[in-house]
Design a protein around this ligand. Sequence first.
Ligand SMILES: Cc1cc2nc3c(=O)[nH]c(=O)nc-3n(C[C@H](O)[C@H](O)[C@H](O)COP(=O)(O)O)c2cc1C
Length: 197
Amino acid sequence: MYRVAVFIGSTRPTSSNLKLAKALEKLAAGKLEFDYVQIDNLPFYDDALWNDPPAEVIRLKREISDADAVLFVTPEYNRSIPGILKNAIDWPSRPFGESVWTDKPGAIAGATGGVSGTAAAQMHLRSILPVVGVALMGRPEVYFQSRPGAIDDAFNITDEKLRSNLLIWVDQFSKWIGRFAEPRAAESTPVMIAGAA
Ligand SMILES: Cc1cc2nc3c(=O)[nH]c(=O)nc-3n(C[C@H](O)[C@H](O)[C@H](O)COP(=O)(O)O)c2cc1C
């Protein structure tokens, strides 16, 4: 079981991106454990604040460090990512040389009512995240056009073909994380094996 720190680019309680993340979480049950990271209490990035770093920033960096992987599920704002998400990416990348994103396996997805499925926003994420150190999974990509009923109230993907494709995404993301991390279950394996033969 891998622990994934999840960043949602929208703070709306009824966010379609939060709903998509919850649907992915459900599909990934038993393989991935999602921890939703709070990003709406961070100050705007200010280098001077490192003199006495805000508790929210310390907490954010710790949550990323403790995770096996990171996942970004975001809407597209004006053909890019929302400012709140960029701010949450910038903070953990500093102080210089102390980025907690380094070598952290990651993936991205996004939902919008538009036909492009957040493609432009995801392209921007694909240029930002490797620069801060995230080891970003290239494919499969997830472009989700949210329509009423696409995800039901219990976070089930209602379209069977889409559901089976997202299961493939879960499988691929799990394998991607496995290239970088040891699963938490390994903690239950014995530290010493003694025997005679
Ligand atoms: C400032 C702003 C800019 C937006 N720009 C885009 C855009 O470029 N492309 C797009 O597909 N949708 C755009 N939208 C629509 C959002 O993708 C849509 O509202 C989405 O559902 C928001 O995500 P959420 O449901 O997770 O809050 C924009 C919305 C806002 C508020």
